[in-house]
Design a protein around this ligand. Structure first.
Ligand code: SF4
Length: 353
C-alpha cells in the first residue's frame, strides 16, 4: 500500500493558491499562473513538458510536488469506447471513473468518495466506505480521462456527492473556473440529501441536479436505500426549490429492478408523484451486479416508460454503457479489493507446504 505523500499536490489548488505556492518557493507569483495553465488548460501532467518554466525549477518541482494525486492502476475499454479507470490515491485507497464517448461530445463520470456510506441494496459501491475524496482527487479524474478540453461531467460514480459537500463545491469551482467547463455541463447526482440540495441551490451555479428516486413511495424506497433519508415529499420540495433557484430541470433516476419497482402500478404512482414537476425521468434497466436483483425484460421496461409518457412525464430509457467492462459504479474497485484481500489471505509459501 502506498504511503501518504509528503509532496505538495498541485491539482486541487486554484490559480491563486498556486501563485502562493510559487511564492513560497521564492519564485515570482506568475509562475503559479503558468502552472495553472499547464495543468488545467493544457492538461499536462509532467513538469518536464512545462517548457516555459526554467529547467532548475522543473527539477525542483519534480522533487517536492506531485501534479495529480491519482495513479491509474487499471484501464478497461469496452467495444463502444467506454473506458473505465481504476486509480490509486496516495494513501492506497482506490477510486474509479469512466470516460463515455458520444458522436460529438463526451461525458466523464467521476467519483466523490472512496466507497459509499449510503448502502443501496442493488449497488456494488454500497458495500464499503473508506473516505471522502479531496477536491483535487475529484478534478484529477477529469484531467486523466478527458480527450476534449471541456467534457460533460456527471458526479455519478462512487459515493454520495452531497455528503462530501465542501470538496464537491471546490471541485465544481475548479472545473468551472480553472478547467473552463460550463456549470450547465456538470450534473450532480444525489440519493436525496435534502440539506445538500438546498445548499447547492444557494451557490448561484447552474449545475444540473439528478436525484436517484428508484421508488414511488417511501416504504419501497427505504427497502432499496437503507440510509436514513427524508420522506419523498420533503425531497421533492427541495428539488422544487432547486429548480426555482437555478431554472434547471431536475432529472430523476430510476433503476428498474425486475418484480421489485418495475410494475405498472409503480409507473402510475411515479407519474402521479411527478405530475406538473419540471423534470425528466431516466429509466435505467438494472445491470445485474448483486445476485438478489434482476434486470426486467425489454418489454417491461418499454411498458413502464410508456405509462409515464402517457401521463405527461418525459421519460427515456438509459442503457448503461460499457457493461462488459463492469460499467456499474463500484464494480472495478470491488474486484481490485478482492484481489488485494485474496493476496492478504493467501497462505505464504511456507504455510502452504
Ligand atoms: S447507488 Fe450511489 S448512493 Fe447508492 S450505494 Fe451506490 S454509489 Fe452509493
Amino acid at each position: 500500500m502506498a504511503e501518504t505523500t509528503t509532496q505538495t499536490v498541485l491539482v486541487g489548488k486554484t490559480t491563486q493558491e498556486l501563485e502562493t505556492f510559487a511564492e513560497s518557493l521564492g519564485e515570482p507569483r506568475y509562475r503559479g499562473r503558468q502552472l495553472a495553465h499547464w495543468i488545467y488548460r493544457k492538461g499536462v501532467l509532467t513538469f518536464d513538458a512545462m517548457t516555459d518554466l526554467p529547467k532548475a525549477l522543473r527539477q525542483r518541482l519534480g522533487e517536492i510536488a506531485l501534479i495529480n494525486p491519482l495513479q491509474v492502476v487499471d484501464v478497461k475499454v469496452a467495444s463502444d469506447g467506454t473506458t473505465k479507470y481504476l486509480a490509486q490515491l496516495p494513501d492506497g485507497e482506490t477510486v474509479e471513473f469512466v470516460f463515455i464517448p458520444h458522436s460529438d461530445w463526451e461525458t466523464i463520470c467521476v467519483s466523490t468518495q472512496a466507497g459509499c456510506p449510503i448502502g443501496c441494496r442493488f449497488c456494488a459501491s454500497g458495500e464499503s466506505f473508506a473516505r471522502n475524496l479531496m477536491a483535487g482527487e475529484i478534478v484529477g479524474q477529469v484531467l486523466l480521462a478527458r480527450r476534449r478540453e471541456t467534457p460533460n461531467i456527471v458526479f455519478m460514480g462512487m459515493g454520495e456527492p452531497l455528503l462530501n459537500f465542501d470538496n464537491l463545491v471546490k471541485a465544481l469551482r475548479l472545473l468551472n473556473k480553472e478547467v473552463g467547463i460550463g456549470a450547465r455541463r456538470m450534473t450532480v447526482s444525489t440519493v436525496g440529501i435534502v440539506q445538500g440540495i438546498r445548499k447547492l441551490a444557494q451557490l448561484g451555479m447552474q449545475v444540473n441536479l439528478a436525484v436517484s428516486l428508484h421508488a414511488p413511495d417511501d416504504e419501497l424506497r427505504r427497502r432499496l436505500i437503507p440510509a436514513k433519508l427524508p420522506p419523498i415529499k420533503e425531497l421533492l420540495q427541495a428539488c422544487w426549490e432547486y429548480f426555482q433557484a437555478t431554472k434547471r430541470r431536475i432529472s430523476f433516476e430510476y433503476v428498474l429492478l425486475k418484480g421489485v419497482n418495475d410494475r405498472p402500478e409503480h409507473a402510475v404512482e411515479l407519474a402521479r408523484l411527478l405530475r406538473d414537476f419540471p423534470c425528466h425521468v431516466n429509466l435505467i434497466p438494472y445491470n445485474p451486479t448483486v445476485a438478489e436483483f434482476e434486470r426486467p425484460s425489454e418489454a417491461e421496461v418499454e411498458q413502464f416508460r410508456r405509462l409515464l409518457t402517457q401521463q405527461g412525464i418525459a421519460a427515456t430509457v438509459r442503457h448503461e454503457r460499457g457493461t462488459e467492462v463492469q460499467g456499474a459504479c463500484g464494480q472495478l474497485r470491488r474486484h481490485l479489493r478482492w484481489e488485494i484481500s485474496d493476496l492478504d489471505a493467501a497462505p505464504t509459501a511456507a504455510e502452504g507446504r
